[in-house]
Design a protein around this ligand. Structure first.
Ligand code: NAP
Length: 250
C-alpha cells in the first residue's frame, strides 16, 4: 500500500486561512484527502478552498479560543456527513511578543487558549471513537521558541513547550488505537506571523521582503503531511526540531 495515499481519508486543518495551514490544506487536497479547513477569516478560507484540488472540501469559521465550541463543531462536522476524521494538522497559532514586565493573566490566557488549549480540545475529540478513526495521526505546529527560548517570547514559548509535553502522554494514551501524536518545532517561516514580529531583520517587512534564510511555508507543510503519513508509522510522542540545525538568532 502507498504510505502517502490519503484517498478516502478525512483531514482537519486548523489555521488554514494563511501561511503553513493553507499550504497543508492544498497539499492534502492534491494527495486525495477530503479536507475540512478552519480559521476565523472566512474570505481567506474561501481563498484557500479556491487554491485546493477537487471539490469535496469544506470550511468552518471558528475561533479556536473557545474550548467547548471546538468540540461541538467537530461533532457537528462528523454528524453532517457521517465520516469520522483520520488526521488533524493543528497549524493555527498566535505569537504576540510579551516582555516579562508586561505579562498579564489576560494576555497569557489568550496565547495559551489558541496555541495550547485548542490543541488539547482537538485531542479530546481524537479520544472519542465517534469523532476520530483508529489508525490516524495528529500533528501540532509548535515552535523552536519552546525548545530554545527567545527574549520577550517566554509566554509564546511556554504555550508551545506545553504542546510538546502534552503529546508525550497523549501518544501513550492513544497508542492502543494506533493513533500517533507529534509536534514539529520550526524556526522562522516566511508567513504573516513572522512579518508581524518585532525581530531584527524582520520588523516592518512584507512577507516577500523577508530574508532568504527563513523557511518556506510549503516546505514546512510537506513535513507536516509526511509526519502524518503512514511512512512515519512508529513515530509518536515526539517534538521534532525543524530548523536546519540552526537555532533562532535573537
Ligand atoms: N512563522 C513562523 O516563523 C513560525 C515559526 C515557528 C512556529 N510557527 C507556528 O506555525 C503555525 C502556523 O503559523 P504561520 O506561520 O503559518 O502564521 P499565520 O499565517 O499567521 O497563520 C496563523 C493561523 O492561525 C489562525 N488563527 C489565529 N488565531 C486564531 C483563532 N483565535 N481561531 C482560529 N484560528 C486562528 C489564523 O487564522 P485567522 O486569523 O483567519 O483566524 C491563521 O490561519 C503557528 O502555530 C505558529 O505558531 C510559526
Amino acid at each position: 500500500m502507498d504510505k502517502f495515499d490519503f484517498n478516502g481519508k478525512k483531514v482537519l486543518v486548523t489555521g488554514a486561512s494563511s501561511g503553513v495551514g493553507r499550504e497543508v490544506a492544498i497539499l492534502f487536497s492534491r494527495m486525495g484527502a477530503k479536507v475540512v479547513i478552519i480559521a476565523r477569516r472566512e474570505d481567506e478560507l474561501k481563498n484557500t478552498l479556491a487554491l485546493m484540488y477537487g471539490n469535496n472540501h469544506s470550511y468552518r469559521v471558528l475561533d479556536l479560543s473557545d474550548f467547548d465550541r471546538i468540540i461541538e463543531i467537530l461533532k457537528d462536522i462528523v454528524s453532517k456527513d457521517g465520516e469520522k476524521f483520520d488526521y488533524i494538522a493543528h497549524c493555527a497559532g498566535l505569537a504576540i511578543p510579551i516582555p516579562l514586565r508586561s505579562m498579564s493573566f489576560v494576555n497569557i490566557s489568550q496565547i495559551f487558549s489558541i496555541n495550547t488549549y485548542s490543541f488539547m480540545a482537538l485531542l479530546k475529540c481524537v479520544a472519542q471513537k465517534r469523532i476520530f478513526n483508529d489508525g490516524g495521526a495528529v500533528v501540532g505546529i509548535s515552535s523552536c521558541v519552546g525548545v530554545y527560548g527567545q527574549s520577550a517570547n517566554a509566554v509564546y514559548g511556554a504555550s508551545k513547550g506545553a504542546m510538546d509535553a502534552f503529546v508525550k502522554s497523549a501518544a501513550k494514551e492513544l497508542r492502543p488505537r494506533k493513533i500517533r501524536v507529534n509536534t514539529i518545532c520550526p524556526c522562522g517561516i516566511k508567513t504573516e506571523m513572522l512579518a508581524n514580529q518585532t525581530v531584527k531583520d524582520i520588523e516592518g517587512k512584507k512577507i516577500d521582503e523577508l530574508p532568504d534564510y527563513l523557511m518556506l511555508p510549503d516546505k514546512v507543510a510537506s513535513i507536516v503531511v509526511a509526519l502524518l503519513s503512514d511512512s512515519m508509522q512508529y513515530i509518536s510522542g515526539v517534538a521534532l526540531d525543524v530548523d536546519e540545525a540552526k537555532t533562532w538568532e535573537d
